[in-house]
Design a protein around this ligand. Structure first.
Ligand code: NAD
Ligand code: IPM
Ligand code: MN
Length: 360
């Protein structure tokens, strides 16, 4: 097959980790006789430096015309980078949000899975991690607080800010359906996470989820308040199969879930819409504190590339080959520093990429 992949290396560790994913994709192309064409575009800080805006219309056009987008990560140190002196709509993150919205990528899948080999990197007690856990966080990605109207202004001599949280029935219904569809292919349990004891958006969320649930009688549904969910994730992550939640809660809970898998450097993600076009990126950020040192963990990005093969290109065998190669490398004892433990062999970001290619 021939596919056009738009590549956004991004900022910070972005280029280092994306280069590893491309190594792996090239090896897959060679083994399975595919042709992947890559086209680089800029987004985030790199785009600000080049064009003065975090995402150009031209870049959006190129992404829309592609078969899939592979992204590293964007942004800088929000305390020190000059990008954060710009007005909010011109900062790196505005580019990412615009891309998600323009492409209509409403469904964000973030799988959190504990590899047998990484049990010692998980901060939870051994009796909890023993049998492992495997959950899918389904995060709504183009609504909620991220996209509501916001403003900071002076009222009665002091600054006042507001951010609007809006959800429509339609937005909730389509992500809920996606969540249930995915649960049907997994352990058939959906935990819908909200704050229905306080928020109207959450009460609507719960009502619509219950309506959608009627079409999936085989799926067990539970509703959990987000504060409780944050606690349950560290108490016993084995209870979760699909976690279905809104944009902001999903952002926070997925970082939490990543750490119980051992490291944020392991958590991949796919941002999808109704058709095959998707954007694939690790769940973590640009890690400015370790950028340029060749020590970042590229596995989340490589797993995201595998998700691209699976969800956008229907290349299940190829995706599985990548996932198996990662498992083999972990079994052989190789670790980047974030997942390092006693008796294991510490390797760089680029070495980890090479090892995964060798094990394909
Ligand atoms: P971060 O995820 O970049 O880093 C948090 C911590 O995790 C840091 O200590 C970092 O070194 C570590 N870390 C992250 N990825 C790692 C990896 N692959 N290997 C090893 N360690 C890793 O979060 P932050 O510091 O809060 O944000 C930094 C910047 O990234 C901000 O500008 C933020 O807006 C941006 N960001 C971008 C994305 C994205 O592009 N999708 C996602 C999250 C954050
Ligand atoms: C993520 C990131 C983004 C988000 C930021 C960079 C806007 O944290 O993809 O998880 O909050 O969605
Ligand atoms: Mn996040």
């Amino acid at each position: 097959m021939e596919k056009n992949i738009v590549v956004i290396k991004g900022d910070g560790i972005g280029p280092e980790i994306v280069n590893q994913a491309i190594k792996v994709l090239d090896a897959i192309a060679c083994q399975y006789k595919h042709t992947f064409h890559y086209q680089n575009i800029l987004m985030g800080g790199a785009s600000i430096d080049e064009y003065g805006v975090p995402l150009t219309d031209e870049a959006i056009k190129i992404a829309k015309a592609s078969d899939a987008v592979l992204l590293g990560s964007i942004g800088g140190d929000t305390n020190t980078s000059p990008w954060y002196q710009l007005e909010p709509s011109l900062r790196p993150e505005a580019g990412l949000l615009k891309m998600r919205k323009e492409l209509g990528l409403f469904a964000n899948l973030r799988p959190a899975y504990l590899y047998d080999e990484l049990k010692s990197a998980c901060p939870l007690k051994e009796e909890i991690t023993e049998g492992g856990f495997d959950m899918m966080i389904m995060r709504e990605l183009t609504g909620g607080l991220y996209f509501g109207e916001r403003e900071t202004k002076e009222i009665d001599g002091q600054m006042v800010a507001h951010d609007n949280l809006v959800y429509s029935e339609k937005e909730i219904r389509r992500i809920a359906k996606r969540g249930f569809d995915i649960a049907m292919k997994r352990r058939k349990k959906v935990t819908s996470v909200d704050k229905a004891n306080v928020l109207d958006t959450s009460r609507l969320w719960r009502k619509i989820v219950n309506e959608v649930a009627k079409d999936y009688p085989e799926v067990e549904v539970e509703h959990m308040l987000v504060d409780n969910c944050a606690m349950q994730l560290v108490k016993d992550p084995r209870q979760f199969d699909v976690i279905l939640t809104e944009n902001m809660f999903g952002d926070i809970l997925s970082d939490e879930a990543s750490m119980v898998t051992g490291s944020i450097g392991m958590l991949s993600s796919a941002s999808l819409r109704e058709d095959k076009l998707g954007m694939y990126e690790p769940s973590h950020g640009s890690a400015p504190d370790i950028a340029g040192k060749d020590i970042a963990n590229p596995i989340a990005t490589i797993l995201s590339a595998a998700m691209m093969l699976r969800y956008s290109f229907d290349m299940d065998d190829e995706a599985k080959a990548i996932e198996d190669a990662i498992e083999k490398v972990l079994k052989a004892g190789y670790r980047t520093v974030d997942i390092m433990s006693e008796g294991k062999q510490q390797v760089t970001c680029s070495k980890m990429g090479d090892l995964i290619v060798e094990n394909l």
